[in-house]
Structures are given as structure tokens and as C-alpha cells.
Design a binder for this molecule. Structure first.
Ligand code: NAD
Length: 495
């Protein structure tokens, strides 16, 4: 079958890059399958996309927010209508199992319905004035033109976390998805077109981080960069934005941990750890990559975990017999392999896995064995650095205080969890764990769109996506003072 070529979306039209070049989008479960060709965009395309977003700004911000919401509700309806085929395409290009790609689309549906409703809220405040005959209030203003730069592990959900709030708040957008998952991004953008979004309000360009991402961040007409990706790239984005006096919101890496106390329901904890560590093949920002187990239950828990991990079935995510899909690409597989060698070199005990997986039908994909390390100490690199693969380190703790200390000894602060039956311990953990998300008797995974999402330390820069906190990213506050006294009243000076 002929391989389809997909185009950029600029000013409401589907256009080829002036570079004349494309790149291939491949299936990580079978690298011989090319899913499509996408534009290898250049500076000229980028300029056109930004120009189009600038041109559309005035009209879009003047459209009443409830009307903007109506268009976005239609996007939600279309997501529902196409959920299954979007999920199938996503599994083909990203690798995670169908149930998870359905969940990815569902998250975008939830986020869209929740946030489109902001069209009828976008609330400000009224506050008393210190003077008579004067009225004070705050209103939200759009920031302007937003650059949305996204990773490949949530190909529709993460873009939805940026595009929907940006648009409801009256911003226009240039969207650059990760080069490993442009098909899901393309299909998502098509839904905005079908929903009747005016030309130029959302622009979509594909290309590499260096060729398109960097110049997009630097472009003088971009007012806000909303970035999700690795902490190293995020730091570069932050430098450039600071230098150019732009606003920026960063969601970055994690080194998430689950604490298993001696009073925990161990079967439940094992299920949570398996889901956290090996769901999405460990390629989630909230993936559990450290499990910190009380020494009294360490042996029993490790045996249960080992048995359960051995039973995981690798394969194509489209098959309902598959538990764990491939990694995203060969570079990521080599990185994960490299960390397994580091772990062995550091003296951790390799209990299971540790190698690439090439058996049978998996031979043409980027599969990696689910891996367990025991005897890991908190300062080892495998306990400190983000691996982003199916590799779990087991660490021992002596007490809750000791466990909290280990969890917090990290440059990241995204998600944490604790399994315990003791409500006092649970609340102590909520108080002491330095992460943006904490789960009690549940895995490190499981965010819901109506709550803020993000992390502390190297995971973020203080912003939170989703919930109502997303509005803080995508709007500017304006304080308004209405003086109806008919005289010149002076604040701080009048009696
Ligand atoms: P990445 O940093 O390599 O790339 C992210 C995006 O940035 C891609 O679109 C890429 O093309 C672009 N990019 C690359 N270099 C750039 C540059 N110099 N300037 C501007 N843009 C550039 O990350 P990835 O490998 O796609 O994703 C995995 C990472 O994302 C992991 O670290 C993971 O923890 C993180 N992540 C975080 C969250 C969160 O919400 N905290 C969610 C998902 C993934």
C-alpha cells in the first residue's frame, strides 16, 4: 500500500513544508511498518505558522468565551466519535496497549469537556475598594500566541492539556508535537478543523526539536511557551524564554516512588507497583521506578512482585493478550539497556530482565524485558536518574521517616504513593512527601483532569496544568478600578 504523506496546518490550510523534505513515522512494535510521512519543517514554515497565529489573535480573543467553548465542545464530541480509531492509530505509532491508548483519548475527552465549560466561567474577583464610589475587580486576559511543545508518551492527552485551555482563554496556538507521534497529533488537529475552529487559531507544524522547537521558543512573536518533555530540554527552554522575556510553563521528568509499609495489603501493593512500573512500558512521567519497602515485609513483597512481573506478556499493543508494548525507539532502548548495565556495575542485584527482547514476533520492534533490581541503595544512579523504561528498583526502608527521606532525595518531585492501613501514617506521608501528586493505597499513576497536575523541584517551574490552575498559565490578570465618584480620588492619600 502507498505510504501517505501528511502536511502542516497553517492558516486553516494543509500545506507542505518549503523544505520539500519529510520524515517517516514508524511502528515501534514493527519498525518495518511505516505509518506515514510527515513534513520536515524549516524556519520558513515556522514563520508562516507564527504569522498566521498572530493574525488570528484579534478575532479569536474577541469571540465571546462561551462561543469559543461551543467549538471546543464539538471537539469533545468528535473525540468521542473517533475514540476507537484514534486509539488504534496511537497504539500503532506509540506502542502502548489499546486499553491505555483508549485511556489517553478519554483523558482528552474529559479535559475538553471540563475546560470548554470554562467558557462560561473564566472567573475573576470583585473586591472592596478602600475608597467610596469606586469598584474593583479582576478580569482574565489571553496571553497572546502560545507555542505548545509536546512529548510522545501521551500523544493526544498531553496536547489536549495545552491546546484546550490555551484556546478557551482566547490565545492562538502553534503546536509542535514530538516527531515519534505526529499521526495522533495530526488527527487531533483535524478534529479542531472539523469542529469549525477559525483559520489560523491553531497551527500545526512537524519537525525536530532543534530545527523547529528551538526557533519556535525563540520566536519574537511567541508570548508563552507551554512545554512538556525531559528536564534537560525544559532547562534549555527556560533559558531561552528567560533571555527573551517570555512566559513559560514546564512539565518535565520524574523519579516516582511507591512506599510499601509493613502493614500494607501486599497483594494490592504489588498490583499498584506493576501498573506503575510496567504500564506504558515505564514510559510515563509518573511511572513508578522506585519501590521502597519496609524491611519486615521486603522478602515477601519481593517474591510476590517477582512472580507477578515474570507473568507479564510482551507484544504488539493491538493484541489483547499483550500486557507490555515496545519502547518508543531504538535510542530509548539503548538508553534503558545502558541503565541496566549501570545498575549491575553499581552492585545492584538483577532479579529479572535487564536486556532487549527479540523473541518471535517481537524481533522487529523495540521491546525490552521487564526488569527488577533488588538491593538498590538511594544514591545509585538507577535510583536517582529518570530511566523511562520498564526498570524497577527495590529499596529497603526501616521506618516511614526513612522511606520519606529516600523518596525526597531526588532532583524530581512529580508523583509518590504509599501503601499502608494506618491513617496516621497516610496523613504524615501526605504532609512530608515533596511531590506534586501523592496517592494513598494506589499507584503513582491515576491523575484526573479536574485536579492540578505537575511537580516540584526539577519536574516543573511552579505551574500546574489541568484543573482550574491551567487558567493561571494561559491568562494574564488585569486589575480594574472603576471610579464613579466624579472627583479625583487618590488611593493611599485620601482620608
Ligand atoms: P524531549 O524533551 O526530548 O522532547 C519533548 C519535546 O520537545 C518534543 O516535541 C521535542 O521535539 C521538543 N524539543 C527537543 N529539543 C528541543 C529544544 N531544544 N527546544 C524546544 N523543543 C525541543 O522529551 P521526550 O523524550 O519527547 O519525552 C519524554 C520526557 O517527557 C520524559 O522526561 C518525561 O518524564 C517527560 N514528560 C513529562 C510529563 C509531565 O507532565 N511532567 C508528561 C509526559 C512526559
Amino acid at each position: 500500500m502507498a505510504i501517505r504523506t501528511y502536511k502542516n496546518f497553517i492558516d486553516g490550510k494543509w500545506v507542505a513544508s518549503s523544505s520539500g523534505k519529510t520524515f517517516d513515522n514508524i511502528n515501534p512494535a514493527n519498525k518495518k511498518e511505516i505509518l506515514g510521512r510527515f513534513q520536515k519543517s524549516n524556519a520558513n514554515d515556522l514563520n508562516n505558522a507564527v504569522k498566521s497565529a498572530v493574525k488570528a489573535q484579534e478575532c479569536w480573543r474577541n469571540l465571546p468565551a462561551p462561543k469559543r467553548g461551543e467549538i471546543l465542545f464539538r471537539v469533545g464530541e468528535l473525540l468521542i466519535k473517533h475514540k476507537e480509531s484514534l486509539a488504534q492509530d496511537m497504539t500503532r505509532e506509540m506502542g502502548k496497549v489499546l486499553n491505555e491508548t483508549r485511556g489517553d483519548v478519554q483523558e482528552a475527552i474529559d479535559l475538553t469537556y471540563y475546560t470548554a465549560g470554562e467558557g462560561r466561567r473564566l472567573q475573576g474577583e470583585t473586591v472592596p475598594s478602600e475608597l467610596n464610589n469606586k469598584f474593583c475587580m479582576t478580569v482574565r486576559m489571553p496571553v497572546g500566541v502560545v507555542a505548545a511543545i509536546t512529548p510522545w508518551n501521551f500523544p493526544i492527552a498531553i496536547p489536549s492539556w495545552k491546546l484546550i485551555p490555551a484556546l478557551i482563554c482566547g490565545n492562538t496556538v502553534v503546536f509542535k508535537p514530538a516527531s515519534d507521534t505526529p499521526l495522533s497529533a495530526y488527527r487531533f488537529v483535524k478534529l479542531f478543523e472539523e469542529a469549525g475552529l477559525p483559520p489560523g487559531v491553531l497551527n500545526f507544524i512537524t519537525g525536530t526539536g532543534t530545527e523547529i522547537g528551538e526557533p519556535l521558543v525563540e520566536h519574537h512573536n511567541i508570548n508563552l511557551v507551554s512545554f512538556t518533555g525531559s528536564t534537560d530540554t525544559g532547562a534549555k527552554v527556560a533559558h531561552k524564554c528567560a533571555w527573551n522575556m517570555k512566559q513559560y510553563s514546564l512539565e518535565m521528568g520524574g523519579k516516582n516512588a511507591i512506599i510499601v509499609m509493613d502493614d500494607a495489603n501486599l497483594d494490592l501493593a504489588v498490583e499498584g507497583v506493576i501498573w506503575g512500573a510496567f504500564g506504558t512500558t515505564g514510559q510515563r512521567c509518573t511511572a513508578c521506578s522506585r519501590v521502597i519497602v519496609h524491611k519486615k515485609v521486603l522478602k515477601k513483597f519481593t517474591n510476590l512482585l517477582l512472580k507477578r512481573t515474570k507473568a507479564l506478556r510482551l507484544g504488539d499493543g493491538l493484541k489483547n493478550t499483550t500486557d507490555v508494548g515496545p519502547l518508543i525507539n531504538e535510542a530509548q532502548r539503548q538508553k534503558v539497556l545502558g541503565y541496566c548495565k549501570v545498575g549491575v556495575g553499581e552492585g545492584a542485584k538483577l532479579l529479572l530482565g535487564g536486556n532487549v527482547f527479540k523473541n518471535g514476533k517481537c524481533r522487529n520492534g523495540f521491546f525490552f524485558e521487564p526488569t527488577l533490581f533488588a538491593g538498590v541503595s538511594p544514591k545509585m544512579r538507577i535510583a536517582q536518574e529518570e530511566i523511562f523504561g520498564p526498570v524497577l528498583s527495590i529499596l529497603e526502608c526501616k521506618s516511614l521517616e526513612n522511606a520519606v527521606e529516600i523518596v525526597n532525595d531526588s532532583r524530581f518531585g512529580l508523583s509518590s504513593a504509599i501503601y499502608t492501613q494506618d491513617v496516621n501514617r497516610a496523613f504524615k506521608a501526605i504532609e512530608k512527601l515533596d511531590t506534586g501528586l501523592t496517592y494513598i493505597n494506589s499507584s503513582t499513576i491515576g491523575a484526573e483532569v479536574q485536579l492540578p497536575f505537575g511537580g516540584t523541584k526539577g519536574t516543573g517551574n511552579g505551574h500546574r496544568e489541568a484543573g482550574t490552575t491551567a487558567l493561571e498559565i494561559f491568562t494574564e490578570w488585569k486589575s480594574v478600578f472603576v471610579d464613579y465618584s466624579g472627583t479625583l480620588q487618590k488611593a493611599q492619600i485620601e482620608d
